[in-house]
Structures are given as structure tokens and as C-alpha cells.
Design a protein around this ligand. Sequence first.
Ligand SMILES: [Ca+2]
Ligand SMILES: [Ca+2]
Ligand SMILES: [Ca+2]
Ligand SMILES: [Ca+2]
Length: 369
Amino acid sequence: MKPCALRFTHYALRFTHYVLRFTHHVLRFTHYVLRFTHHVLRFTSHASPLLLSLFALLLTSLACSLPMLTGSQQNTPTLIAETPALPPPTATSTATEVPSPTAAPPTPTITVSHAFLPAEKVKSGPLIYDPTSVDTATEQRAPYGDSYKINLFERPFLQDMSYIPDLDIANFNLGMDDKFYYVSIGLVGANPNNPLGILYAVELDLDADGYGDYVIVARPPHPVEWSTDNVQVWQDQDHDTAGLSAETSDAPLPGNGYETLIFDGGRGVKDDPDLAWVRVNAGKNATVQFAFKRLLAENRFMFGVVADAGWMDIAEWDYADRLTKEQAGSPIKGDAEYPLKELFAVDNTCWQAQGFTGNYEEPKRCPKK
Ligand SMILES: [Ca+2]
Ligand SMILES: [Ca+2]
Ligand SMILES: [Ca+2]
Ligand SMILES: [Ca+2]
């Protein structure tokens, strides 16, 4: 169909729509008539004689049913000027594609509106150090720091014991301001966006029983600027993240780990859009930096961090309760289970206490300095 005919069909549909609405909105009627007149004027400059006569016929029949349509209302230039220019039909348009005047606008891409952004400059807290395997990498081993029984891993290696510095946590720390806690991870490597695809996470234990209650997870690609896009927060509501005991491996034990999604990048129906954020390469000792609202953890909790490019399934945490040490293997040379077997490419840390003193008997807690 020719562009002028499409335009004609469109104007005719719009006119019919206005007329129908007129029966309910008499006071707005004048406006519609003027827009219609504008359409007629544009149409008459383009339409063929046949289409024009068909259109005139349509007008006549409609006019007969609309006694209030009078010539005196058809020439107010200000209202004509309000009519937006119509885009020309595209080459692929067909008659059925002429938009209805009542059609809803296309749904825009979902963008998350934020009320509070984390700070640009973050004051870090005291560093907690994790063993690193960089100095023993050529010997294809971790120096120490892998205590399978208590779910403490130092395995920044692939299954063939090749070393991945971007997986190797060197330190972590916690800072805060009025609104957010900030947990920063210092890695041996400098590329959190390693092509392996590394998940970074913060576990929160609100009652210091060694069972993680929330985990904040960032999946690649990781952004340089603060973003919630690839961040999720999951909760453990049935208290099984440490299996039967937080003190030891209970493998092979089934469980659902962190099973309840409470924040999905700010896009979830019930999400607080500002709950949890991540950015990378934010500075020294902040290769990966998380921000999460203080209300998530309140004032007293334990927290630890994870880098995982292996199993990457928080429903299987704690991994030490799923796999026996014989299945998982060991990165420590001299250990009966060396080398790594089913559990590889994962590094995590002991848990640091925030907001309470405790007695250092808390499961998974970092030792007293
Ligand atoms: Ca490490
Ligand atoms: Ca807990
Ligand atoms: Ca356990
Ligand atoms: Ca669970």
C-alpha cells in the first residue's frame, strides 16, 4: 500500500476514534474536529482522486451522525499546531501495522531507579588477611589455609592445579557510612573479569552461629561503576547452610543452601532497588567492592568473602557438607587427598566479627590476632 493510502487509513481510524470518544466527551469535541480538519487538509494534498472520494463519502456519513460538527469550529490555527508530525511509514509497513490511537506505547527497557547510591570514596576498615598461593603456584600447591573440615578453602587453582591469581583472595575489609556497609576484597590478580567468569560473594551470619544467613552475590561481568545489575541477595530460611554442624563437614549431605532470593538486581517486584551493589578495581585492597544497606545486617554480624569460578552454586553451600574430602581433593601437597579433584577454583575466608566482641569460639570466626 502507498504511503498516502496508509496515512489516509491512519487518519480515518483516528477520526473514528475521536468521534466515538465524542459521545462521552462533548467538551473535548472541538479539539478533535480541528485535528481532523488538519488531517483532511494534509490528506487532500496527497491522496488520489479515488481515495479522496471514498474519504469524502466516509466524512459525509460521519458528519450526518454528528449534528454538532459545524464549520465555524474548524479553523483555529493554535490547535492545528498541536498536532504532532507523523512519522512516514517504513518500507515494511502493512495496513495491519497502522497503530491504533488507543494502543499503549511500547514497553520501555526496564531501568532501575535508585534513591541512594553508595559513596565514591570509601574509607576501608582494618584488613583481614587470607593466605595466598602466589608464591607456591609454580609448585602447584597452596602453602596452607585449606581446612576442609570447617569449609575453609584455599583453592585458587583449576583442576590441573594451574594457578588463577584473579581467584586468589589476599585480604578483605569492612567500611561503613550512614547508609551502607562496604566490603572490599583484595585479590592477588587485578582482573575480576577474568574470562573464566568469577563469582564474588559476601556471606553474612547475623547470629554468629556459623550458619550463613544472607549471601550477596556478584556475577560477571563486573562493573567499574557502582551497579546493582548483576547483584543478587539470597537468604537461607531453613538454617542448613552449614549442614548439621558449623564445626565440621557433614558430607555427603543434601541441602538447599541459600534458597530464597530477596534481591535481584533491583528488578524484583519486592526489591529495595538500592539494597546491594558492586564495583571493581576501586582502589588498593578493593579489587572487588560490595556495598549493601546497613539494614540488611543491622549492627552485629559475622561476614566472610568468597571467589568462585568452579561449582558456583550457592544452593550447594557449604560445599564441605556436599562433598567428602575424598571427593573434593586437596591443594596441600603431602595431604592424602592431593591434588584437587571435584572442588576446585574456589577461595574463601574465615569470618570476621562486626559490632560485637564475642569469645572467638564462634564457628568460622577468624582467629584472634
Ligand atoms: Ca587466598
Ligand atoms: Ca547464622
Ligand atoms: Ca557443616
Ligand atoms: Ca537453606
